[in-house]
Design a protein around this ligand. Structure first.
Ligand code: PRT
Length: 98
């Protein structure tokens, strides 16, 4: 699967969980947390630190794994903050075009 498809599919699943929360869903648990958006933001912070440590240690497998955790929780934080992934991607595209 292409990178953009993976991101798009995951973003769609996060959107579905936001619309139809369920107790078994990790995404739902974060998005309906009593701390509100702060919970997703905390997770981004934690995962960013874990990613930095893995990369600094030159542990490639762990860097990939922590990178995935970071990207996933970044998407959750965007959703929790009511920001559309498309707007972030459009901003990057605008910068790329210069
Ligand atoms: N990509 C992920 C993904 N990556 C990580 N995680 C979860 O994120 C959590 C990571 O938290 P930590 O590493 O900090 O471990 P933890 O101590 O259990 O976390 P906390 O107790 O602090 O919440 C774990 O519970 C993982 O299961 C994910 N959970 C879900 N997804 C995707 O989201 C989709 C929907 O998931 P559900 O909402 O659970 O159906 C799944 O099909 C996946 O594609």
């Amino acid at each position: 699967m292409q990178e953009r498809e993976v991101l798009g599919e995951l973003w769609d699943v996060i959107g579905e969980r936001a619309e139809n929360p369920s107790a078994e869903s990790y995404v739902s648990r974060i998005l309906t947390h009593r701390k509100g958006v702060d919970k997703a933001l905390e997770k981004v912070g934690e995962e960013a630190v874990e990613f930095i440590i893995a990369a600094k240690n030159g542990d490639d497998a762990r860097t990939v794994s922590e990178g995935a955790d970071l990207l996933f929780h970044f998407l959750l934080a965007l959703k929790a903050a009511n920001i559309d992934l498309a707007d972030v991607l459009a901003e990057l595209e605008e910068r790329r075009r210069g």
